[in-house]
Write a protein that binds this ligand. Structure first.
Ligand code: AOF
Ligand code: ZN
Length: 367
């Protein structure tokens, strides 16, 4: 097949450059930039790390003098503010770029259209919206964080066809096939934090690190533990490949807290009262610049997060197995709906077969 040589052709490359750095830019969005002059790619780059150069900076540096009169393709509106770096739109202007093609506007209120405006004021031709849908979906998590000051929460769970996450004896390894489990680790790489309930820690003693065939990034481990029952011998306390945070209440035992802190665990007392207020907890996480969380259950935490309207995306990894038993734990444990009309509904559904396992994705309609 011969691809069309047009704006989309180059934007596609910029999107690929951004897609490959998802997970490594902390709270910042993944962004890609390609610079083209007289039919030749002269520069390209991605934003690689928060605090370091934006995508445009790398691409401009590669292009050098060739940036003059060239076209820049950027997946996100070039920034107009002084942050960790000077504004990208000023850099594009100074480099003599003649035309800027942008996929989507920056939801950051500090930018939000100002970047585009500044470019236009310098007689640069600005085109917005090329591959907008693809670029917007790249920054779904960043947009949610920017617009709500809450982290984007992806809930992932492995379950049998009868919706169980373990047998009634608590046995759960493994439900899904190896391919699906690899994908879960890739998901960990793509989120800033991973969150579980204390029951999961007590039951499975998980490490919650990212283990893939190539080195990958480890999210911050967040344990929701209202009564501070986290044992000092838990693997994720002993292991220091990733930070561990515990969300608890002011009722948490002082001595237990100190002992955990001595082992490097960060204790966050979210609120008074017997249970962690999850809405407040999410707000605090956002204040700590956590913009994305992978929620890996169990059922009680999943249920509470769902009920509180704090889940943005659910990824259900289903294995063609049935384990039965009313005591076997389910994906969601919460006071359920009375009638089908009251059921929580999902939208934007996606289904994928991975071998004989099924991945179902859906976003709860948060009322
Ligand atoms: C761009 N190009 O490659 C990225 C942009 O923390 P700072 O100073 O790096 O600024 C981060 C903000 O800049 C971020 O919230 C978003 O609005 C924008 N990100 N902009 O022109 C890039 N990563
Ligand atoms: Zn910038």
């Amino acid at each position: 097949m011969i691809p069309r040589l047009d704006d989309e052709f180059y934007m596609q490359l910029a999107i690929q450059l951004a897609e490959r750095v998802v997970g490594q830019t902390s709270i910042n969005p993944p962004v890609g930039c390609v610079i083209v002059r007289e039919g030749r790619v002269v520069g390209m780059g991605s934003h690689l790390m928060r605090g370091k150069g934006h995508a445009e900076v790398h691409a401009l540096q590669m292009a050098g003098e060739d940036a003059r009169d060239a076209t820049a393709y950027v997946t996100l509106e070039p920034c107009s503010h002084y942050g960790h770096t000077s504004p990208c739109c000023s850099r594009l202007i100074e480099a003599g770029i003649k035309r800027v093609v942008v996929a989507c506007a920056d939801p950051n209120p500090l930018v939000a259209g100002r970047g585009l405006q500044a470019l236009r004021e310098h007689d640069i031709e600005v085109v917005v919206g090329v591959m907008q849908r693809e670029a917007a979906s790249l920054i779904t998590m960043f947009s949610k964080f920017m617009l709500t000051k809450l982290p984007y929460v992806t809930m992932k769970t492995a379950a049998t066809l009868d919706g169980k996450i373990a047998t009634h004896t608590g046995h759960s390894q493994w439900i899904t096939n190896e391919d699906v489990r690899e994908r879960v680790h890739a998901l960990r790489h793509r989120h800033q934090a991973i969150m579980v309930g204390i029951e999961t820690v007590l039951q499975d003693n998980p490490l919650l690190t990212t283990r893939l065939s190539v080195p990958a990034l480890n999210p911050i481990r967040i344990i929701v533990d209202s009564k501070l029952r986290l044992p000092l011998e838990a693997r994720l306390v002993e292991d220091d490949t990733a930070p561990t945070w515990v969300l608890t209440t002011t009722q948490a035992n002082e001595h237990a807290a100190r002992e955990l802190e001595e082992r490097g665990v960060r204790i966050i007392r979210v609120n008074d009262g017997p249970l962690v207020d999850l809405s407040l907890a999410m707000k605090l996480c956002a204040e700590e610049e956590i913009g994305s969380i992978l929620l890996e259950g169990g059922g009680t935490l999943n249920g509470s997060m769902l009920k509180a309207g704090l889940i943005d995306r659910i990824l259900l990894m289903l294995a063609p197995k049935i384990v039965g038993h009313r005591e076997a734990p389910s994906v969601f444990t919460f006071e359920g709906a009375e009638s089908m009309g009251d059921a929580l509904r999902l939208e934007h559904l996606q289904v994928e077969m991975v071998g004989d396992n099924i991945i179902i994705g859906g976003s709860p309609l948060n009322r």
